[in-house]
Design a protein around this ligand. Sequence first.
Ligand code: CTP
Length: 406
Amino acid sequence: MVETPSPAAPLRDKRVVLGVSGSIAAYKAFEIARRLEDCGAVVDVALTPNADRFAPAFTFRNLVSGDVAVDMWATDVISELHVEMGRRADAFVVAPASATTLAKLAQGIGDSMLTLTALATTAPIAVAPAMDARMYANAAVQQNVEKLRARGVLVAGPARGRLASGREGLGRMVEPVEVVGATRALIGRHAGDLRSKHVVVTAGGTREAIDPVRFVGNHSTGKMGFAVAEAARDRGAAVTLITTQEPPPGMFGVVIRRVTSAAEMKAAVDERVAGTDALVMAAAVADYRPVEAAEQKIKKSGSAPTIALEETADIVAGVEGKLVKVGFAAETEDLVANARKKVEAKGLDFIVANDVSEADANSGFGTETNQVTVLDRDGGSEQLPLLHKYDVALRILDRIAERLPS
Ligand code: CTP
């Protein structure tokens, strides 16, 4: 029996203060709190009195493992709770951030548990504005947002979309999953070991057109590459993700570049790789493509067509420079020997190899977990246990970090 690995917890050992201010979007803060806790964080919640009317403190008390504070004068809370919450925070995230709360944060006014805690903390701060589009466009709000940004506050959103008034516009709070992504990015940029590094990650299987409706492809879903991109972002790196598949939501802070074919992926990698610290080629790149893609759909004609193929260029082998190069190898036989040859042939620092021969529900294409062996240039090899792809990504990044100048 294989032991089930514990779920990935990107915010393990982190404490986050979630500041909630008065906005219809406050109900979404329940989901933010829950998701932060699911990521392993201990969440404290500081509500403004207005927020308490939209999304009562009572509900938060049932969702988080930290303190929930709304009334500055409450006698049942420890005195100086705002100082305590501010002191122990790894991040302070205000979501939703109303126009009034943004103004108070910009001015340094402390008149509620939320604003007092903001003053009392030295943790990095993020805000997710939420208000009517006209309010957001107001010069006073814009100036406050700019003031906060200039002070190093991360401003997440707002997004364009349907507002409480029923109208469309720029003012909608970014989705809870993106607020969580912003929190992870914020903590990484502040204290992560890869801050100031740039990592390029590729993900997904390429599609080589046969005609406008058909392609030569493979079973890669991109999950391993997405996990590497997220984990690198969480550790503070600036991340560019070049992907053939739509990444899941929550990639806040990751620059995403969509491509389809091996040729497009190569062009995107070549363009982005200059000045990069590491390239992680998790994509399953087609080795062959049809020599020509038919302009119109190939019709059934009674005799099966022969599709002539030609080799694609090897993307990772063609990348030169001082960056750390990481490859992946999905093999169905002679895993170690085959993967080791690729380290040499492609000039890799190391390769992450997995056996995809068995229909294993725990490892390989489309799974949440992976069991891999890492083979490095110096002949070393390490077989990792079955881990969540996020945790495999962390191990890969540990090896990259070791090879980078600090
Ligand atoms: N790769 C690449 N460009 C290609 C093919 C592969 O950059 N045209 C990269 C993959 O992203 C992966 C590594 O090379 O990181 C190994 O890919 P794999 O398909 O296993 O290797 P191949 O060289 O294609 O060898 P084979 O198909 O014979 O196993």
